[in-house]
Structures are given as structure tokens and as C-alpha cells.
Design a protein around this ligand. Structure first.
Ligand SMILES: NC(=O)c1ccc[n+]([C@@H]2O[C@H](COP(=O)([O-])OP(=O)(O)OC[C@H]3O[C@@H](n4cnc5c(N)ncnc54)[C@H](OP(=O)(O)O)[C@@H]3O)[C@@H](O)[C@H]2O)c1
Length: 313
């Protein structure tokens, strides 16, 4: 089968190649998936550029963690999936998963039945990004009915941000998001109640206090005026020096960096929301496997709206 491989550290065009490798065999508790679409995530390109482990995230020369496709076979201990089922998942994360290939063996617990309301590109693009938002809101205590809560998403237009806005909205929260001006209508269309231009310092300072902040922006910190007694501040990228103390001094009760993990049961809840028409995935671009270098370069602009996806056929 075909697989994407990195030959080492470097620019996408220099170190990305398509190779032939042996087909995987599913273990007892695994599902063999014929891959149709794979979301690219910043971790896929950061690992390629640096060729190192990122903390618990395993370095791999065979990239890809997101996956959507059709079940080909199941291991003897697998319940709930059968050949022909459309599935989606975040495979093995933070261990290497090699989903950018024609076939991949994925632990059944990392998969869910794919939402029929979404295209295959949307199914492949969502898992890592939406689970990041899901787990961040769990860490913030924003689960169940969040009516009356205010949520600030820093970086509302990116892969994680645009899904976070919708997940919080689906729970009844009021949403404030930051984005460049050109993307404000997109965010409003996804349910944001207020959108603030992240380059407008005075508009940022005027954001009224919120209950939860999710920062998806490198070194992102909320304006301290948005923090009050009991605000939960979650980052997925890390805080700059001194920011954690300042946030606690402003009253934040939770100041935490989280990392996403594979989670099939949460994706089943995501699929239900999608099929209910309450969650969509914006596909910034869908690139065929032969254009996997262009897909990486697009993601590396840092300017995508939604998800970059690689499609296979
Ligand atoms: N901890 C974890 O488990 C975890 C999981 C997923 C991702 N991450 C990390 O989180 C970060 C975001 O991931 P992602 O997939 O969402 O990235 P992404 O899709 O590449 O994000 C791009 C978006 O960020 C926006 N943006 C850039 N600078 C901004 C700023 N200062 N304020 C507001 N928006 C800004 C851009 O909008 P404009 O074009 O308008 O500037 C663009 O829409 C990456 O560093 C990634 O490695 C961590």
C-alpha cells in the first residue's frame, strides 16, 4: 500500500515522499480501515520539521493521526464495528499511528461510527481538533448544560478554534471569539455571539469577564479584564513566562495546559451532534494524496480557516 514518509527533518517539499509499505494486520482489539481522508494537524508538520518527540508525542517518519474511512476487517475481540462501516477517529495519539496511508489498523476504542451528515473530508478533518476542544472543556468543567456561561475562544477560526466555538455553543454557552477581521462573518455564522479582532488591543481589553477561556494561539493569554474570580483558563499551546501567576492573581481558579488523547466514545457524541445539525467542519482545503506537500505548506501558513485534509481513493 501507499504511505507518506518523512526522510528526516526539513521543509515539506524536501523530506516528504510517497512509498510502498506492507499492509498492516489488525491486532485482536483493532479495526483495519481503508483510509479515505486524513486531517492534517500542526503536530504532523511540527514533527516533520524538527524530527523529534514532542514530550509524550512519539516521533514518527510515517505521519498522520486523524482518519476517516471504511472498515475492511476487525480483530476477534472487536464489538460494534463490521466490514463496510464508515468510521472516523484519532488513532493512538500520542503514540504514532501512521494514518496517512491506504490502510491503517486502529484500536477499536479510538473509533466511532462516522456522522452521515458530514462529507468524508469533514469526517477525516475533525477528530484531533474536535477532541482537543472536547477535552479542554472537560478540564474547564464546561460539560453538560452551559446555559448562562460565557466562553472566550482565542483563535476562533483555526482547526481547533472553529470546532470549540460550536461545541461550547451547542452546550448553551455565550461565545466570544478572536479572529482577524476578514474571518468575523465566518465565526458569527458558526454561532459566535461576539467576535473581536485580535490585533485591536482596545477591543480585547473591553471583553467582559468570562467563565472559561480556551487559548488555541501560540503564547496566547486572555486580556486580564476577561478573567474574574473562578474563571477557568485552558491552553493547548502553553503560557508565556509569568502569565500563569498573573491569571491566578486576577482570580482564575483553573490555569492549565492540556493535551488531547484518542477517545472513541467522545467522537460518538460528536457524531450525534453532527447528525443533529449542530456541529460542522469547515474544510479550508482538501488535497489528494499526491499533493500532500501542498497540503502541509497550506497548513504551515498558519492562516487556515478550519481544517486542511488529505483525501485518498
Ligand atoms: N495540546 C493539544 O492537545 C493540541 C491539540 C491541537 C492543536 N494544538 C496546538 O494548538 C495550536 C492551534 O492548532 P490549530 O489546529 O487550531 O491550528 P491552525 O488551524 O493552524 O490555526 C490557524 C488559525 O489561527 C488563527 N490565528 C493565528 N494567530 C492568531 C491570534 N493571535 N489570535 C487569534 N487567531 C489567530 C489564524 O487566523 P488568521 O488567519 O485570522 O490569523 C488561523 O485561522 C497549534 O500550535 C497546535 O500545535 C495543541
Amino acid at each position: 500500500m501507499r504511505a507518506v514518509r518523512y526522510t528526516g527533518a526539513g521543509a515539506a517539499a524536501e523530506v516528504t515522499e510517497l512509498v510502498e509499505v506492507a499492509d498492516p494486520t489488525p491486532a485482536q482489539d483493532e479495526v483495519l480501515v481503508r483510509v479515505a481522508a486524513v486531517g492534517l494537524n500542526p503536530v504532523d508538520v511540527k514533527i516533520r520539521a524538527a524530527a523529534v518527540d514532542f514530550g509524550p508525542i512519539e516521533y514518527t517518519t510515517l505521519p498522520g493521526w486523524d482518519v476517516a474511512g471504511e472498515v475492511v476487517a476487525v480483530g476477534p475481540a472487536v464489538d460494534g464495528f463490521a466490514p463496510g462501516d464508515p468510521v472516523f477517529g484519532l488513532a493512538r495519539f500520542p503514540r504514532a499511528a501512521h494514518t496517512l496511508a491506504d490502510l491503517v489498523a486502529v484500536p477499536a476504542s479510538d473509533l466511532a461510527h462516522a456522522p452521515a451528515a458530514w462529507s468524508v473530508a469533514q469526517q477525516g478533518g475533525a477528530p484531533l481538533a474536535v477532541l482537543t476542544a472536547w477535552h479542554a472543556f472537560e478540564a474547564a468543567g464546561l460539560t453538560g448544560d452551559a446555559t448562562g456561561k460565557r466562553v472566550l475562544v482565542l483563535g476562533g477560526a483555526g482547526g481547533v478554534g472553529h470546532l470549540a466555538v460550536q461545541v461550547a455553543k451547542s452546550r448553551g454557552a455565550q461565545i466570544v471569539a478572536t479572529a482577524s477581521r476578514a474571518k468575523h462573518d465566518v465565526l458569527t455564522g458558526l454561532g459566535a455571539d461576539e467576535v473581536v479582532d485580535y490585533k485591536d488591543e482596545s477591543a480585547l481589553e473591553e471583553i467582559a469577564p468570562v467563565d472559561v477561556v480556551l487559548s488555541t494561539v501560540d503564547n496566547g493569554v486572555p486580556p486580564l479584564g476577561a478573567v474574574r474570580e473562578g474563571t477557568a483558563v485552558i491552553t493547548i499551546t502553553g503560557f508565556p513566562d509569568g502569565a500563569e501567576d498573573a491569571l491566578r492573581a486576577a482570580g482564575a481558579s483553573v490555569v492549565q495546559r492540556i493535551m488531547v488523547a484518542a477517545d472513541g466514545p467522545a467522537l460518538a457524541e460528536v457524531a450525534a451532534l453532527a447528525d443533529d445539525g449542530r456541529l460542522t467542519v469547515l474544510v479550508d482545503g482538501a488535497f489528494p494524496l499526491d499533493d500532500v506537500v501542498a497540503a502541509q505548506e497550506r497548513l504551515e501558513t498558519g492562516r487556515v480557516t478550519g481544517k486542511v485534509v488529505v483525501t485518498l481513493s
